[in-house]
Write a protein that binds this ligand. Structure first.
Ligand code: FES
Length: 113
C-alpha cells in the first residue's frame, strides 16, 4: 500500500463518562471517522488522503481532536458539521483555519509559513 500524501488522525479514545478529562469518543469521534472516510471516498481522494482512528492525542479538553499531517496542525471541537470542510481543505492540501487549536513546527527540511 503506498504512503499517502496526507493523514488525518482522529482520536477515538473513550474514558468513563465521569472522567474529568473527558474523551473524544464521548464527543462523537467514532462517527467522525466514518463520516470523514466517506467524505474522502466521495471526493475520490481516499488513495491520497487517509483518515485513521487514533488513541489519545493529548488534546482531550478540546476534543473531538484531529491532527492533519504533514501540515502538523491540530483541530479541536470537531463535529460532524465540519467533515466536509476538512475533506475539501485536505483535498487541496489546505487547512481549515477556523478549527486550528495548535500548530506545530514544520517538518524538517520545510520552511514555516
Ligand atoms: S481523548 Fe481524544 S485527545 Fe485525549
Amino acid at each position: 500500500m503506498p504512503h499517502r500524501e496526507r493523514y488525518l488522525f482522529l482520536c477515538t479514545n473513550r474514558r468513563p463518562d465521569d472522567h474529568p478529562k473527558g474523551s473524544c469518543a464521548a464527543k462523537g469521534s467514532e462517527e467522525l471517522v466514518k463520516a470523514l472516510k466517506g467524505a474522502l471516498l466521495a471526493r475520490g481522494i481516499a488513495g491520497r488522503v487517509r483518515a485513521c482512528s487514533s488513541s489519545c492525542l493529548d488534546l482531550c479538553e478540546i476534543g473531538a481532536a484531529v491532527v492533519q499531517e504533514p501540515e502538523h496542525v491540530a483541530y479541536g471541537n470537531v463535529t460532524l458539521g465540519d467533515v466536509n470542510d476538512i475533506a475539501d481543505a485536505v483535498a487541496k492540501g489546505e487547512v481549515v483555519e477556523r478549527l486550528v487549536v495548535h500548530r506545530g513546527p514544520p517538518p524538517a527540511g520545510r520552511s514555516g509559513a
